[in-house]
Design a protein around this ligand. Structure first.
Ligand code: ATP
Ligand code: LTN
Length: 324
């Protein structure tokens, strides 16, 4: 049997170039090598408040963007997390073997909790649910951006702990990071990871931004006060734009940008981003032109994966002595 791949994106805002370069592009590239399941993790999104009407539209939009970015629904299963109840069920079983101290150490939890007036328990349990997503399908490979590395280490720890208490059931999932673009930083602040939920219109390039908006955002991106690119020592803002350009277009290399004045360099990077996003945006319009298409793909995906998920939950319950 082919190794399984599992990964997910939260439908929590506008997908951005960091999500594409860190995750979706990599998924499209490796999908033919594995049996892949790509998930819209709506149960993760509601760990912080989401407007219900906006969320339900975002779930469809995110699925359409998966397809537009090159995920082939015939080859890979595209699913919505909440449509497969076994995700939540396995998450509970895993919660019961996870020491709370492991969860308190998660840097993403600490960062997100700081921004909330009241910290919901879901935010603490977030990485356990993520572990359940992966173990449910016995995924061997998990392609993500670098910000998810700590969660994946935890997933392996939880799997190991379950196996050592109840007997070998879960396989250990490996983290798969892209060679370039594993951590894209905010355009307005190259010290912060580009993020869907960050405020400010100059922070992220959305996958559906039009060319003019992309040009403007890149032109305004924070850099340093030097006049031209020094390929040997780029400041964080320039290095981030270079990474974005390099990940979008192979011909953008250190040599090709060395000595370029910042204005010209930014134009060159904007061109590369626009060219990379143009076919994705075109495909997005095609995919969404028939309102029945995306829901049909999501139903097909769920029907394909349901038996795998139910089988794993059954095995986990049996191993724990629960009533099956
Ligand atoms: P949020 O701000 O709502 O937490 P996010 O922008 O961090 O969202 P996620 O849905 O959490 O996006 O992440 C989806 C995928 O995109 C994950 O694999 C994640 O590692 C990757 N990713 C997110 N941000 C970046 C980034 N700035 N650079 C590279 N990869 C990223
Ligand atoms: N937490 C991830 C999204 C996610 C995920 C997963 C990624 C939820 N479940 C399983 C890989 C495998 C994030 O990107 N914020």
């Amino acid at each position: 049997m082919k190794t399984r791949v599992f990964s997910g994106v939260q439908p929590s805002g506008q997908l951005h170039i960091g999500n594409y370069l860190g995750a979706l592009k990599n998924w499209a590239e490796i999908q033919s090598l594995y049996q892949s399941i790509f998930c819209i993790v709506d149960l993760h999104a509601v760990t912080v408040y989401q407007d219900p009407a906006v969320l339900s539209a975002k779930i469809r939009e995110t699925a359409a963007l998966f397809i537009a970015a090159g995920i082939d629904p015939e080859q890979s299963s595209i699913i919505v997390q909440s449509s497969v109840p076994a995700h939540a069920e396995l998450a509970w079983l895993l919660t019961c073997v996870t020491p709370v101290g492991w969860l308190n150490r998660m840097t993403q939890f600490k960062a997100k909790a700081e921004k909330q007036e009241t910290v919901g328990d879901g935010l603490l349990q977030y990485p356990v649910l993520m572990t359940a997503d992966i173990l449910l399908y016995q995924a061997g490979v998990v392609p993500v951006g670098e910000d998810q590395s700590q969660h994946l280490e935890l997933a392996r720890d939880i799997a190991q702990r379950f196996n050592s208490i109840y007997g070998d059931l879960f396989i250990m999932p490996a983290t798969h990071l892209p060679a370039v673009g594993a951590r894209i930083m905010g355009l307005d602040d190259p010290a912060q990871k580009m993020s869907k939920s960050a405020p400010g219109s100059g922070h992220a390039i959305a996958l559906l931004d039009d060319p003019k908006t992309i040009q403007k955002k890149i032109a305004r991106a924070t850099t340093d006060s030097l006049p031209a690119v020094n390929a040997e020592s780029m400041g964080p803002g320039i290095a981030n734009l270079f990474t974005i350009g390099q990940a979008c277009e192979d011909s953008i290399t250190r040599e090709s940008v060395d000595g370029m004045r910042y204005g010209d360099f930014k134009k060159r990077i904007a061109e590369a981003v626009i060219a990379r996003l143009e076919p994705i945006q075109r495909r997005y319009l095609e995919v969404t032109s028939d309102p029945a298409y995306v829901p049909a793909i999501l139903t097909q995906g769920r029907d394909r994966v349901l038996p795998i998920a139910e089988d794993t939950v059954c095995k986990a319950k049996r191993a724990m002595g629960l009533y099956v």
